[in-house]
Design a protein around this ligand. Structure first.
Ligand code: NAP
Ligand code: ZN
Ligand code: ZN
Length: 348
């Protein structure tokens, strides 16, 4: 297969810069895709700068991939050359443990293989992500894309979409429930769209008052500035479920106090530092604090099909790959509205 071009980094301190490397020819059940769009997840920034301490270099980030199939393995039957295929955060798993058999490959007992900066189960190399011209993946870990959806807007569904869809489904968010979403970024705006679409009464919490009108347009019934103590107090003990998508360290107690008795707050945002909580906020209301990671392959496909039926995509700012370092800085300034997506044709 021809050399693959991409943007990557040799260490945690350097900006992303052009790199080239090679990918294998697709094996029997694999497909090769030409990358068309790749979303820019805050996890890419956490990983590139080794904020979680598990980075492997050289690193080519990117796990919100939409592309066109250019080759299919001899035993693959889900895709044909020319189809659109999408790839998310994981590209392999053991495929035989209980979570894998349930279609929850992301919770694989032996560890799922990440789309980048992980050890490839097939050839032992370091996986290289979607900020690149091509990808090779087993068809079990690729998804079909509804034909009616804008492809740039689809890319973020592969991480931001499934990471919010899955917990909202797991905790059965729907009509009659009051649901809070913390943080209006890439994940947050998808959580807002899904919770609204599932019929819940949705309150968006934000630190950026300037996002209020957007939050209402995206489906919020109410918007609360989380730095406004009186406005927060007015929401006390009223929520059935809260999904926290914030990327930086902040107080979880602020939100635990807003839960009703027996309600749950689930975390999907993963700041780089450990947190502490006031345990009384759980005990006094038998409240639950939980977490959730992306979603399995069947649920990811279900989410994409749901988006096709409801015409849901991410709100995106399409950028050329040459602007990726600037995009990372704008992510840190909470300026993204609401997901950067790289147009991969800018690579050539
Ligand atoms: P993003 O687009 O940068 O959005 C993060 C949002 O968090 C910001 O827009 C901001 O919202 C809020 N925020 C930032 N700093 C804050 C602070 N100090 N206090 C309170 N709120 C703050 O990031 P993203 O791509 O949505 O990712 C969000 C987090 O989820 C990241 O940590 C990422 O690594 C993680 N993640 C987890 C999974 C998973 O499987 N669990 C999957 C993907 C991503 P406002 O401006 O509205 O306040
Ligand atoms: Zn992600
Ligand atoms: Zn497994």
């Amino acid at each position: 297969m021809p050399a693959t071009k991409g943007y990557g980094t040799p260490n945690a301190q350097s900006p992303l810069a052009p790199v080239s490397f090679s990918r294998r020819e697709p094996g029997p059940t694999e497909i090769a895709i030409q990358t068309l769009y790749c979303g820019v997840c805050h996890s890419d920034l956490h990983m590139a700068r080794n904020e979680w301490g598990n980075a492997v270099y050289p690193m080519v980030p990117g796990h919100e991939i939409v592309g066109r199939v250019t080759a299919v393995g001899t035993a693959s039957n889900r895709f044909k050359v020319g189809d659109i295929a999408a790839v998310g955060v994981i590209v392999d798993s053991c495929r035989h443990c209980a979570p894998c058999n349930r279609g929850e490959e992301h919770y694989c007992d032996h560890g799922a293989t990440l789309t980048y900066a992980d050890k490839d189960r097939v050839d032992g190399s370091i996986t290289m992500g979607g900020y690149s011209s091509s990808y090779v993946v087993d068809e079990r870990f690729a998804h079909t894309v509804p034909a009616n959806l804008d492809l740039a807007g689809v890319a973020p569904l592969l991480c931001a979409g499934i990471t919010t869809y899955s917990p909202l489904r797991h905790w059965k968010v729907g009509p009659g429930m009051k649901v809070g979403i913390v943080g209006l970024g890439g994940l947050g705006h998808m959580a807002l769209k899904f919770a609204h679409s599932f019929g819940a009464h949705v309150v968006q919490f934000t630190t950026s008052l300037s996002k209020k009108a957007d939050a209402m347009r995206l489906g919020a019934d109410d918007v609360v500035l989380s730095t406004d103590a009186a406005a927060m107090k007015a929401q006390a003990k009223s929520f059935d479920f809260i999904l926290d998508t914030a990327s930086a360290s902040h107080s979880y107690d602020l939100y635990l106090q807003l839960l009703k008795q027996d309600a749950t707050m689930a975390l999907v945002g993963l700041p780089g530092k450990p947190a502490s909580i006031e345990v009384g906020n759980l005990i006094f209301r038998r409240a639950a604090l939980s977490g959730s990671m992306i979603g399995g392959m069947p649920e990811t496909q279900q989410m994409l099909d749901y988006c096709g039926q409801k015409n849901i995509v991410a709100d995106v700012e399409v950028i050329p790959i040459q602007k990726i370092n600037e995009a990372f800085e704008r992510l840190l300034r909470q300026e993204v509205k609401y997901r950067f997506v790289i147009d991969m044709s800018s690579l050539t």
